[in-house]
Ligand binder design. Structure first.
Ligand code: SF4
Ligand code: SF4
Ligand code: FES
Length: 241
């Protein structure tokens, strides 16, 4: 016989003046292989069409279904109900602007971070549309690929103590982004130019190093290594200057 699960879900519509933040309970029977995403869909279809949450891919690719599940940021489509006791609490990710219930706006935050970290190749080379692609060592290419696996879900930001108290902190996702360009041989920025971008308490020096980001990343990005790499580069640039 399947278990009966109780979901305690945060409800609030910030655009409705009559709405007040509250927790609402729903019960349903667990099915085989049920994810939090499947459960939420079932609740919305069978019990409450007003429940607001985000998803696109259902396959841990788009990053839009991140939420706080029993106190920890995770992807709803990748998290199985069988890994929890009978009661599961769902909250929206902190740090990001609340859209409603479990849905948050991560897009604005990530766009701001991309602009702040100048997430594009800086080069004086003139663009030649018919030139062959630049060759790159396998090791460097793999390094870049590893950083680029970030799906911008926001789990590392939501679980980060600094990001929760410092609005402009770039977080592990931002520091990882800078590290990605630092190793790219096509980017001609000097270490000092990177220092200007990330050598502050809003960047690498605001990180407390407790590694909640590394624990919470659903893609298993090596954030610990990346943070150490960027901090070392930036510190050396600062000392040299
Ligand atoms: S290690 Fe740094 S970036 Fe990661 S969660 Fe802690 S403070 Fe945030
Ligand atoms: S680094 Fe990991 S946790 Fe952070 S946004 Fe990217 S995929 Fe999500
Ligand atoms: S729905 Fe795309 S990551 Fe979960």
């Amino acid at each position: 016989m399947s278990r009966q699960l109780t979901f305690s879900i945060f409800r609030y519509n910030p655009n409705d003046p009559s709405s007040a933040p509250r927790m609402q309970e729903y019960t349903l029977n667990e099915s085989t292989g049920m994810t939090i995403f499947v459960a939420l869909n079932q609740i919305r279809e069978e019990q409450d069409p007003s429940l607001n949450f985000d998803f696109v891919c259902r396959a841990a690719i788009c990053g839009s279904c991140a939420m706080v599940i029993n106190g920890r940021p995770r992807l709803a489509c990748k998290t199985l109900t069988k890994d929890f006791k009978d009661t599961i609490t769902l909250m929206p990710l902190p740090v990001f602007k609340l859209v409603g219930d479990l849905a948050v706006d991560t897009g604005t935050w990530f766009r701001h971070m991309s602009l702040k970290t100048e997430s594009w190749i800086h080069t004086n080379k003139k663009f030649d549309p018919i030139a062959q692609e630049d060759r790159m060592d396998n090791e460097v290419a793999l390094n870049i690929y590893e950083s680029e696996r970030c799906i911008e879900c926001g789990c590392c930001i939501a679980g980060c103590a600094t990001a929760n108290i410092r609005e402009e902190f770039l977080g592990a996702a931002g520091i990882n982004r800078v590290g990605r360009f630092m190793v790219d041989p096509r980017d001609e920025r000097s270490d000092m130019e990177y220092f200007e971008v990330i050598g502050s308490d809003e960047g690498a020096f605001g990180c407390m190093g407790l590694m909640a980001c590394d624990d919470n990343c659903p893609m298993g990005l090596p954030l610990q290594l990346q943070l150490a790499f960027v901090r070392r580069k930036i510190t050396m640039a600062g000392l040299k200057s």
